[in-house]
Design a protein around this ligand. Structure first.
Ligand SMILES: CC(C)(COP(=O)(O)OP(=O)(O)OC[C@H]1O[C@@H](n2cnc3c(N)ncnc32)[C@H](O)[C@@H]1OP(=O)(O)O)[C@@H](O)C(=O)NCCC(=O)NCCS
Length: 185
């Protein structure tokens, strides 16, 4: 097993499991992702734009399970998926030590430590992986919650495309790249 399931207690005392996604999770995971995408202004999808079919979702999950270094984690409460985090390693030789990370949590489960627990799990996974060294991500300059979470793990801004994302109200947000070298700390 690449990732041993973990049980954690959140700040509000609720018990959550963090484990690798399986193909049986496909419908529940797609529903959760659609929900948090549609109620977040910080993921660059507009309503209805995220529309993976069950088969596409199944293939997406399977691609993580077939991969040597990428991993897709889900957080569940009483069997329901409430958030997920994916670490997608580059398939290019010169970039094979790097992986991009993405995260999303249902609105009612935010701000009680779940993002921190998922990042704890992901960074530990990378620390014990013999190929991966660097995690990176992209975040909107307006996403204060995300940037605070990432900085708390040592991520640093390594690039900024000014005004790159056009928001629904017509304003523009910077697109920030943050990186963390886990083999140097
Ligand atoms: C970003 C996100 C993953 C954070 O997850 P979370 O479970 O709320 O994070 P945690 O409760 O572990 O909080 C960790 C730290 O992040 C910061 N943070 C979280 N929510 C915040 C908010 N609304 N405002 C300001 N800081 C916030 C705080 O520094 C917090 O530490 P503290 O609670 O000790 O002050 C979550 O808000 C989310 O899913 N948002 C929508 C999707 C999204 O933005 N994905 C990332 C795209 S790059």
């Amino acid at each position: 097993m690449r990732f041993a399931p973990q049980h954690i207690t959140l700040k509000d005392e609720q018990l959550v499991e963090i484990r690798e996604a399986t193909i049986q999770d496909t419908p529940d995971l797609l529903t959760t992702i659609k929900e948090y995408i549609e109620d977040s202004e910080f993921i660059p999808y507009t309503a209805g734009e995220f529309s993976l079919t069950i088969e596409q979702g199944w293939r997406w999950i399977q691609s993580f399970r077939n991969s040597g270094n990428s991993i897709l984690l889900v957080a569940t409460h009483k069997g329901q998926i409430i958030g997920n985090l994916d670490v997608t390693a580059s398939s290019r030789n010169m970039l094979s030590h790097t992986a991009v990370v993405g995260i999303g949590i249902l609105k009612e489960w935010r701000r009680i430590g779940l993002g921190t627990a998922l990042f704890e799990a992901a960074t530990n996974y990378v620390k014990h992986n013999t190929t991966l060294e660097v995690l990176w991500l992209q975040v909107m300059g307006t996403n204060e919650a995300g940037m605070r979470l990432y900085r708390s793990f040592g991520f640093e801004e390594t690039g900024r495309a000014k005004g790159f994302v056009r928001l629904s109200d017509g304003s523009y947000s910077d697109d920030i790249r943050m990186t963390l070298n886990l083999k140097q700390i």
